[in-house]
Design a protein around this ligand. Structure first.
Ligand SMILES: Cc1cc2nc3c(=O)[nH]c(=O)nc-3n(C[C@H](O)[C@H](O)[C@H](O)COP(=O)(O)OP(=O)(O)OC[C@H]3O[C@@H](n4cnc5c(N)ncnc54)[C@H](O)[C@@H]3O)c2cc1C
Length: 408
């Protein structure tokens, strides 16, 4: 009896990367049978949540029905992938059994570990504790920013890697800008506690960002990791590491706390044969083909490629995966190579953005031939109006405008 769950290509995850890859494949070959395994009924445009947290974007416009995002003639299998059997070319799911494939694309994003910080989960959305990393909490960030007139506002960043590494400090800049415009900045002490040792991983952007840190009188604490929160008593604890590696736990009081929790690969990926030692899907960073299983590819936040985990990266990666998968299936050489492009629009003030675009090893890869370290109004307009439109109408539809890496 024929197996009803057999496809040429199975994609695990219907987020930014999975849908973009499906659309790019469908565009290149309409005859392929493609299925997306995805349990969620909603699809999110997460990059706008930073703007939602600053009252600059309507949260409802960041959410669409998954059914409306799955490309035409692609089958949506509404289930969660649970385990992989790569030698058998199958994925097991929670409610639909085994799904067989010729090629597998893994694009299930990463896990935000809300439970890794003691006391955090139960106080999110109340007691002044928020995070732009969740759909339902980003509007609460804006509520807190508007209501705070005096006191202490703390913003945190966990150890790398995280999705959109600039997002923790974007929340700081936009909040400070609001307080500055309201004449409240002198009454509010702002602190940025970063588990890492630098403000931003690409050195060219550090100096212009520091100008805003100075302008907003923000206090920087590097190597300072949030470990515990007591919401009702408005206290937070940080482990601070000194140059000798000694760790001291310090207590802080806050009136507003914007938290970005640690992030890692989803458990079912970590525990699978597809993972590298760090838990991520183990791919060749230029072809995005799995290092061990040649009929498996991966893109988006879950893959091991050391690029900035962004939707901007997934947009370029979708082209790489579509072309290399089809080349491999036609027994041709894979010639479309990923240069590590990722982008982080750093919202340093309302109306201006430093558009950081860079590839592997922090190599600057600006789309336009001007100095990308300068904050620009045009970048703000791109982020607020242009990129959401490009996301819904191009990236998720297989229209690959400016989506090819420059070296391909
Ligand atoms: C606050 C914030 C700000 C950001 N700012 C920017 C920005 O300015 N620019 C930018 O480019 N990017 C930004 N990003 C990052 C960007 O949103 C992500 O990098 C991008 O969404 C990654 O796409 P993905 O498909 O890998 O993961 P996701 O879009 O998260 O999708 C993963 C999908 O996999 C599904 N899934 C999970 N488990 C399973 C399973 N077991 N089986 C099947 N499916 C599963 C999920 O339901 C989900 O639909 C930001 C993100 C946040 C949170």
């Amino acid at each position: 009896m024929a197996n009803t769950h057999t496809y040429d290509i199975v994609i695990v995850g219907g987020g930014s990367a999975g849908i973009a890859a499906a659309a790019s494949l469908r565009k290149r070959n309409a005859r392929l049978s493609i299925a997306i395994i995805e349990p969620a009924t909603k699809h999110y445009y997460q990059p706008a949540w930073t703007l939602v947290g600053a009252g600059e974007f309507d949260i409802t416009k960041t959410e669409r029905n998954m059914a409306d995002c799955i490309p035409k003639n692609v089958t949506w299998l509404q289930a969660a992938a649970t385990t992989f059997e790569p030698e058998q070319n199958l994925v097991n799911t929670d409610i639909l059994g085994a799904i067989h494939y010729q090629y597998l694309i893994v694009a299930c994003g990463l896990k935000i570990d809300w439970l890794a910080i003691k006391g955090l989960y139960e106080t999110l959305g109340k007691n002044g504790v928020t995070s732009n990393y969740r759909f339902d909490l980003a509007p609460y960030t804006w509520q807190l920013v508007q209501n705070l007139k005096t006191g202490v506002a703390i913003f945190t960043q966990p150890p790398m890697p995280i999705k959109c590494a600039g997002a923790p400090q974007k929340a700081l800049y936009l909040s400070c800008y609001h307080w500055e415009q309201e004449g409240l900045l002198a009454n509010i002490r702002t602190e940025f506690h970063n588990a890492g040792g630098v403000l931003f991983g690409v050195k060219e952007y550090v100096a212009p960002l520091m100008e805003y840190i100075t302008r907003y009188h923000a206090h920087l604490s590097f190597n300072s990791t949030l470990v515990e929160v007591d919401g009702p008593n408005k206290k937070a604890w940080f482990d601070v590491k000194d140059e000798q590696g000694n760790v001291t736990r310090i207590e802080k009081s806050f009136d507003m706390l914007h938290v970005v929790p640690p992030q890692c690969a989803p458990d079912f990926i970590k525990q699978s044969a597809l993972a590298n030692s760090g838990g991520w899907v183990d791919v060749n960073q230029t072809t995005l083909q799995h290092n061990q299983f040649s009929n498996i590819f991966s893109l988006g936040d879950v893959c091991s490629s050391p690029n900035a985990k962004t939707a901007a990266a997934a947009r370029k990666q979708a082209v790489i995966v579509a072309e290399n998968l089809l080349a491999h299936s036609a027994k041709q050489e894979m010639t479309t190579l990923y240069n590590g492009y990722g982008s982080c629009p750093l919202t340093v003030e309302k109306g201006k953005i430093i558009l950081a675009e860079f590839g592997f090893d922090g190599k600057l890869l600006p789309t336009l031939p001007w100095d990308s370290t300068i904050p620009r109004k045009s970048n703000w307009l791109l982020k607020k109006y242009g990129l959401p439109w490009i996301y819904w109408n191009c990236m998720l539809k297989g229209r690959e405008w400016l989506a090819r890496c420059k070296n391909t």
